[in-house]
Design a protein around this ligand. Structure first.
Ligand SMILES: [Zn+2]
Length: 467
């Protein structure tokens, strides 16, 4: 049985326009091929912020501006990995962001995917060691923090995908990383494992030369004001920085251009009738610690804006599956999505679960319900993500269109509905989730690291936001 669709007059031009539009792929290609990684502190980041601001203006958003903030930017230096015994060899590696200049030496200890039980098995040997852990399974930061908690001296992060070179990913989150960390290819990691298997102890030296310098970054913000409840805000954002070794075409830009496309069609076909305000944000510096999102969440909280929901559309247009909605533990909102799906005669997969790793997290900390667009049926893991191979040629225009059409129609309904079944979480409820939710294990490990090392030794940006 089909439901009548009260939004048909907007849905038709929105979907028709999105599926015939070349805007997102043109923008994505320019951002990648002309501006490179757009990593914080690069000229490309500045040029990308200018272009995104132009787009927000051209699409008719109101109050378009850049929100600047200063942070400790990370600048890559040369890194070396030397095998000292049983053979002598120089291996290729790269520093992981927020590594500092360091030189450490130790025996390699293998901890597989870096689960608690993997560290437990090797605990007698970890003090002063160089931990070798591969990507996949759990997030890199959990592996890295366990290495710190077990008194390792260094961290080698092996790509678990053959043929995609070195893998990257931050290890510091706006303070210098505690122990040096480097990324190596699958093949380099396997070489070390073979040496270890054949000879027992493998001694290595890691040298890194990276620097932190005060740097300015910009979020780009634009709005479509609500006509009925303008003080109620729905945030729709994605970050625009990629990792410095990458074009970051799928992560993040396949989501960034979903956001610009949603802004374009909502402005063109629905702007006059919106009840609530929608705030579009291009966040900066997600990859190194969510700094842009922390900055925006703090600005909104200072302005006492009533943010009803934040959509984090990081990588939303990734290829390889169909699009669904991931709610970050907001079960009460599921019926709203189900109802919208019936109206649109769509089968929309809905998931529930949260992690602390992307730009929704600073809003979550303020009690704001959050969600994202997920790609169902895509193999787990990053694949070419966070490597030099996340390039324009691997993007999929149809996946971007599917995400943009879905996102625009869901947000249209959230902006127009008489009531939204969304409750802000109390500070106690947020605390409870941080302590108990299985997806937020990283947060608890980080707390344990701070406890072990002394929080005052670390310039922790998040503190300012949470207090
Ligand atoms: Zn991302």
């Amino acid at each position: 049985m089909t439901k009548t669709n009260p939004y048909l007059a907007q849905d038709r031009p929105i979907v028709g326009d999105v599926y015939t539009s070349t805007e997102p792929m043109t923008l994505l290609t320019t951002l990648c091929d002309d501006f490179g990684s757009r990593f914080g502190g690069t000229e490309g980041a500045k040029l990308a912020s200018d272009l995104l601001m132009e787009k927000f203006q051209a699409y008719g958003l109101h109050n378009v501006h850049k929100a600047a903030y200063d942070y400790d930017g990370w600048y890559r230096g040369e890194a070396t990995l030397q095998v000292l015994s049983p053979v002598q060899r120089e291996l290729t590696c790269i520093s992981l962001p927020y590594c500092h200049a360091a030189e450490v030496e130790g025996n390699v200890v293998l901890v597989g995917e870096g689960l608690a039980k993997d560290f437990e098995k090797e605990k007698e040997r970890l003090n002063g060691s160089i931990v070798l852990s591969q990507s996949g399974g759990i997030h890199r930061m959990e592996k890295y923090d366990r290495a710190i908690l077990h008194d390792a001296s260094g961290f080698i992060f092996q790509n678990h995908y053959p043929g995609y070179g070195e893998v990257t990913g931050t290890i510091g989150w706006n303070h210098e990383a505690t122990i040096p960390g480097i990324g190596v290819s699958y093949e380099t990691g396997e070489f070390l494992k073979r040496l270890h298997k054949q000879n027992g102890d493998v001694r290595v030296r890691i040298q890194t030369t990276d620097e932190l310098r005060q740097t300015t970054a910009w979020n780009i913000v634009g709005e479509l004001p609500g006509r009925v409840w303008p003080e109620e805000v729905i945030v729709v954002g994605c970050h625009y920085d990629g990792h410095d070794i990458s074009q970051g075409a799928n992560d993040p830009l396949s989501g960034m251009v979903v956001v610009t496309e949603m802004a374009r069609v909502l402005s063109a076909y629905a702007a006059d009738g919106l009840g609530r305000t929608v705030r579009f944000v291009a966040w900066s510096n997600e990859e190194v610690g969510l700094f842009g999102a922390y900055h925006d969440a703090r600005q909104l909280s200072d302005a006492q804006a009533q943010v009803r929901f934040t959509w984090n559309l990081d990588s939303a247009g990734s290829p390889g599956g169909r699009k669904g909605i991931q709610l970050h533990r907001v079960p009460d909102f599921e019926p709203f999505i189900e109802h919208a799906a019936e109206e649109m005669a769509l089968d929309i997969p809905i998931g529930q679960g949260i992690s602390g790793y992307s730009d929704h997290f600073p809003y979550f900390l303020q009690g704001i319900p959050t969600g994202s667009i997920m790609t169902v049926g895509r193999p787990a893991g990053r694949g070419f993500g966070h490597t030099a191979f996340d390039t324009v040629d691997k993007t999929d225009a149809m996946a971007i269109r599917e995400a943009a059409a879905l996102g625009a129609r869901i947000v249209l309904r959230m902006l127009s509905a008489d009531s939204l079944p969304l409750q802000a979480r109390s500070a106690e409820e947020v605390e409870r989730m941080l302590k108990e939710d299985s997806g937020l294990e990283q947060h608890r490990l980080r707390e344990a690291v701070y406890e072990k090392l002394g929080r005052e030794n670390l310039r922790q940006y998040c503190d300012a936001v949470r207090t």
